[in-house]
Ligand binder design. Structure first.
Ligand code: UDP
Ligand code: GAL
Ligand code: MN
Length: 317
């Protein structure tokens, strides 16, 4: 080979190298991949999590800007939505702002039935409801302990999703009452089995998740398993899927009670257990449960469903 050939060979290699560099680092290349890698390489873990819009089992994680509402509304047109909520004892005080904010932001344009369970039906205040929306107030006995009231929701759900809901709604959304809707919540949350990432743990490593770690509990999740820590203040799905979920959670709660134990975060622990082994088909980002006391709020552009700050001692007795 002559030196001329050598120079030509080197030049071609150099040109190829430059071409690859150009493709990877300019708008002509894979800009998104590049951005993601740049951020993943960095120490900015927050942005890494904020970029996650797909679970490892390829379910979408819903953030603002990831969906086209017009397309989704066409897909879910005519579906009937239930919103299930407990307002027992002092928590009845949260009900009016909850319902009023839901009228503004929750599933606007859809047929919505509110299923409110309370121990004090006469204390439920009148709410102005838009067309196509109805309120059903149902009686539930008040347990002594707040933990039992909170867990009782699973038992009520088992019956509700078995007896009357199959005829009345297509999707059921279950929520805490000590919350207010603060921005749009619509068709993008509908799916077979949908859960929300806990806003306190969306940047946490799985080892930090507050799953139940006692092997004696039905809610036990060993270290090394689990994908997200979900919050029980907002989840949903088809009536059939919520029936399966609530049956699993209620059975776990009953089994624990027989052993005289209670999972660390009550029904939320059982919900997390169920969702580790029955993956949600859609995951909601912390936009769908936020608390203004939490850090990293700058990463969560829309705060669609906000916790109302409460005095625990006063409200839970
Ligand atoms: N709840 C209720 N009355 C009570 C305790 C709880 O109605 O005395 C219901 C209510 O819907 C509440 C939910 O159970 O939002 C969960 O309890 P809480 O909100 O206190 O739990 P946290 O969100 O603080 O963990
Ligand atoms: C808290 C929340 C509890 C429970 C817990 C899980 O912030 O108030 O309801 O979700 O996190 O660690
Ligand atoms: Mn709550």
């Amino acid at each position: 080979m002559t030196s001329k050939h050598w120079v030509l060979g080197c030049l071609i290699v150099l040109l190829l190298f430059l071409l690859v560099f150009f493709i990877q680092n300019t708008q002509f290349g894979f800009q998104e991949k590049h951005c993601q890698r740049k951020l993943l390489d960095g120490k900015d873990k927050s942005r890494k999590a904020a970029l996650q819009i797909l679970t490892p089992w390829l379910a979408p994680i819903i953030w603002d800007g990831t969906y086209d509402l017009w397309i989704l509304n066409n897909q879910f047109k005519g579906k009937r939505i239930g919103l299930f909520v407990f307002a027992v004892k002092r928590y009845i005080g949260f009900l009016l702002p909850f319902l009023e904010s839901a009228e503004h932001y929750f599933m606007v344009g859809y047929n919505v039935t509110y299923y409110v369970f309370t121990d004090n039906i006469s204390a439920v205040q009148k709410v102005r409801l838009s067309n196509g929306r109805i309120l059903k107030v149902l009686k539930v006995e008040a347990d002594k302990r707040w933990q039992d009231i909170s867990m009782k929701r699973m038992q009520i759900l088992v019956n509700l999703t078995h007896d009357r809901l199959p005829k009345e709604v297509d999707y059921l959304v279950c929520a805490d009452v000590d919350m207010v809707f603060n921005d749009h919540v619509g068709a993008e949350i509908l799916g077979d089995l949908v859960a929300t990432i806990h806003p306190g743990y969306f940047l946490a490593e799985p080892r930090q998740f507050t799953y139940e770690r006692n092997p004696a509990s039905a809610a036990y999740i060993p270290y090394g398993e689990g994908d997200f820590y979900y919050m029980a203040a907002f989840y949903g799905g088809t009536v059939e899927e919520i029936n399966k979920l609530s049956t699993f959670c209620h059975n776990g709660i009953v089994a624990d009670k027989k052993k005289n134990i209670e999972a660390v975060w009550q029904e939320e622990s059982h919900l997390n257990k169920y969702l580790v082994y029955n993956k949600p088909t859609k995951v909601l980002s912390p936009e769908y449960i936020w608390d203004t006391n939490l850090p990293n709020g700058d990463l969560v552009k829309k705060k669609r469903f906000l916790a109302v700050h409460k005095n625990h001692k006063e409200i839970r007795n």
